[in-house]
Design a protein around this ligand. Structure first.
Ligand SMILES: [Zn+2]
Ligand SMILES: [Zn+2]
Length: 340
């Protein structure tokens, strides 16, 4: 019998289609991986081509050279200058498209991927996220900051060079507001952060846990909309990503790297997105919200039912996905680079 499961936080239902369930390894596709060069002449993010990108906002050095660089997005979705003036005309609401759109260049080399980077390098990527997040959160025009990564064509990446992005917007998105309201409602009713409660329950049950480190918990979602959606939660209650401490950055780098390496080796370098879901800066200290990273491998396609209902059909049992990922052995010595 297929099972409907409800997401405790968002109240969304998903169909876990056990009848047509797939074993997790069936989603691993042998891809035609084309090896990428270490350097590409026309890539604005390769070391040596810095002049092809807009002037740098900040960088983090390693061995006397930049390792992480943050630059404005050349094809920015929003205008950096200006005021987010609202207009209401009869039933139509509009606002000036003001905001910030950064690119975080994750390394000097064209053909690196997070799953194969040293942990210290991943930690520097996270430090760049934190610095930009805290800086931009001071901007009175900004309401919400989204940090995300698109890896591979089906995940929306248009440039091969490893990078992530930050978009800061002058409104709170509908999805974030919904989650916020639900979390607040839960807090009102039970006096507890719904995410802290969930983490404690999942830890004691264990079947959906992939990695448990000193400060973080990576786990499959009970009502996962698509296969292998993995959330990484800080174990300490913390509403805003900007409040992450240095020892937590170091620990998170290890968890990120090993989760992405498990996906890379277990599912043949799948396309994926990740996003940091955090409380808006002005709600940094609230007791009812808890930030996390959502890692979403792009293994299946969204079709008519999903678009028509907003509900998903998931063909892999989250518990089977967790067990599969726990068992993926990541080779100790890895090549420095990989194709995509
Ligand atoms: Zn490049
Ligand atoms: Zn919490």
């Amino acid at each position: 019998m297929p099972e409907l499961r409800q997401n405790r936080v968002t109240k969304e239902w998903v169909i876990i289609a056990t009848e047509r369930a797939k074993r997790p390894e069936q989603l691993s596709v042998k891809r035609d991986i084309k090896p990428l060069p270490e350097y590409s002449e026309n890539c604005p993010f390769c070391a040596g081509n810095e002049a092809q990108a807009p002037p740098e906002i900040m960088h983090i050095d390693h061995d006397g050279r930049w390792q992480i660089r943050v630059v404005p997005n050349k094809f920015s979705a929003l205008a950096r200058e200006g005021e987010p003036t609202r207009k209401i005309e009869r039933s139509r609401r509009t606002m000036n498209g003001v905001g910030i759109h950064d690119v975080i260049v994750e390394g000097r080399q064209h053909n690196l991927t997070t799953a194969l980077l040293p942990e210290a390098h991943v930690a520097n990527i996270l430090r760049a996220y934190k610095m930009r997040y805290n800086e931009i959160s001071q901007d009175p025009r900004i309401q919400q900051v989204i940090i995300f990564k698109n890896h591979g064509g089906t995940a929306g990446a248009s440039l091969e060079h490893p990078h992530s992005q930050l978009i800061a917007i002058p409104v709170i998105s509908h999805q974030v507001r919904e989650r916020f309201h639900e979390a607040l409602r839960h807090y009102d009713e039970y006096g507890e952060c719904v995410f802290c409660e969930l983490n404690a329950e999942e830890l004691s049950e264990g079947s959906r846990i992939v990695i448990s480190s000193p400060h973080f918990l990576a786990m499959e979602q009970f009502a996962s909309p698509t296969p292998f959606v993995t959330h990484i939660y800080p174990k300490r209650h913390m509403a805003s990503f900007g409040d992450i401490r240095e020892e937590e950055v170091v620990d998170l780098a290890g968890v990120m790297k090993s989760l992405l390496a498990k996906l890379y080796h277990g599912l043949e370098n799948p396309d994926f997105n990740y996003a940091i879901r955090t409380a808006p800066a002005e709600n940094a200290g609230v007791k009812y919200y808890h930030w996390y990273i959502s890692v979403i491998p792009r293994l299946t396609k969204v079709a008519g039912f999903e678009l028509g209902s907003g509900m998903f059909i998931n063909v892999v049992l989250p518990e089977a996905a967790a067990e599969f990922l726990r068992n993926v052995k990541v080779p100790e010595s890895q090549p420095a680079a990989a194709g995509k």
